[in-house]
Write a protein that binds this ligand. Structure first.
Ligand SMILES: Cc1[nH+]cc(COP(=O)(O)O)c(CN[C@@H](CCC(=O)O)C(=O)O)c1O
Length: 306
């Protein structure tokens, strides 16, 4: 594997990456019946700290509940495991991937006989998601021909492995068209989210956050709304159409992996001046100060690893 994950926490034990294996008869491998989280740890003046750990662990258990999956560990045990993986690998800043999945007891479509689920936590050092170049130039997005699934088709508030085939198809399409990322609309054609990010846009000094609707309730989105209000911006949650994004002064997308990534083009139309927006870059700086423990106003969001 090209991923250097080192020591992995697996069902309560720390095992080297090459020993962290599952059966090919694993239910989740066949049917996408897994739940996961994307979490980041950042180096801070007081050592590595995990950003908004409780919220991520809570969402992991929410996702499991949606799938009627039994995770045989408490939220506290999972939180401890996450901190242990960062500490024992000696990472300063890294991306952390907890995963719980339906094992290899049966291969009928109904996953429930595979409870209790198996659980692992892996972490690896991961730089800026779309690359520093994309951040400065802003990412180029195209609207995907794949729509975000309606709420009665897939539970988009849960991070379920199977949900990400929708994201994968959109991401393949975008990158094959030379774009950095895909924008997905909902079934009525309103803006939903990116394949792995929530969407914001500025019109003048007002910041608009796309309402939750069918989208994942992003933790970064929640953090950015709080930081923007602290910086004095008016923030509104709204439903928006793709041409509202075309006419916006700035557009950006947020997520644990993506952090705050400016969008400079959507469907080959320049957003504003066709480069990262000024308010966006100001928000990005404030966000990175918060996650790196340089603004102690947000220290409650940090879980120090040591
Ligand atoms: C569909 C989707 N929408 C919004 C977000 C932003 O959520 P949050 O991280 O809580 O702010 C993510 C996170 N995507 C994760 C997985 C990315 C990937 O697998 O690649 C992430 O950003 O870690 C999504 O997958």
């Amino acid at each position: 594997s090209r991923i250097k994950a080192g020591l992995i926490w697996m069902n309560g034990q720390m095992v080297p990456q090459e020993e962290a294996k599952v059966s090919v008869l694993t239910h989740a491998l066949h049917y996408g019946t897994s739940v996961f989280e994307g979490i980041r740890a950042y180096d801070t003046p007081k050592g590595p700290a995990i950003f908004r750990l409780p919220e991520h662990v809570e969402r992991l258990f929410h996702s499991a509940k949606v799938l009627m999956m039994e995770i045989p560990f408490t939220p506290q045990e999972i939180s401890q495991a996450i901190q242990q993986v960062v500490r024992e690998n000696g990472y300063k800043s890294c991306y952390i991937r907890p995963l719980a999945w339906m094992g290899a007891h049966t291969l009928g479509v109904n996953p429930l006989p595979n409870n209790p689920a198996e659980v692992m936590v892996a972490a690896w050092e991961w730089g800026t998601y779309l690359g520093d170049e994309a951040v400065r130039k802003g990412a180029r997005l195209i609207t995907s021909s794949w729509a975000r699934f309606p709420a009665n088709v897939m539970p988009g508030k849960a991070k379920i492995g199977g949900n990400y085939v929708n994201s994968a198809l959109a991401r393949i399409e975008a990158q094959q068209q030379g774009a950095d990322e895909a924008l997905l609309l909902d079934k009525e054609g309103f803006v939903a989210e990116g394949s792995g990010e929530n969407i914001f846009f500025f019109k003048g000094n007002t910041l608009y956050a796309i309402e939750h609707s069918v989208n994942l309730m992003g933790i970064t989105r929640d953090s950015v709304i709080a930081i923007a209000r602290d910086l004095g911006y008016e923030v509104r949650e709204c439903r928006a159409t793709r041409d509202q994004l075309y006419m916006a002064d700035e557009v950006f997308m947020v997520g644990t992996a993506a952090e705050i990534t400016p969008v400079s083009y959507l469907d080959h139309r320049a957003i504003g001046k066709g480069v990262a927006g000024e308010h966006t870059m100001r928000l990005r700086r404030a966000y990175l100060e918060a996650v790196q423990g340089q603004n102690l106003k947000y220290e409650a969001w940090l879980s120090y690893v040591n």
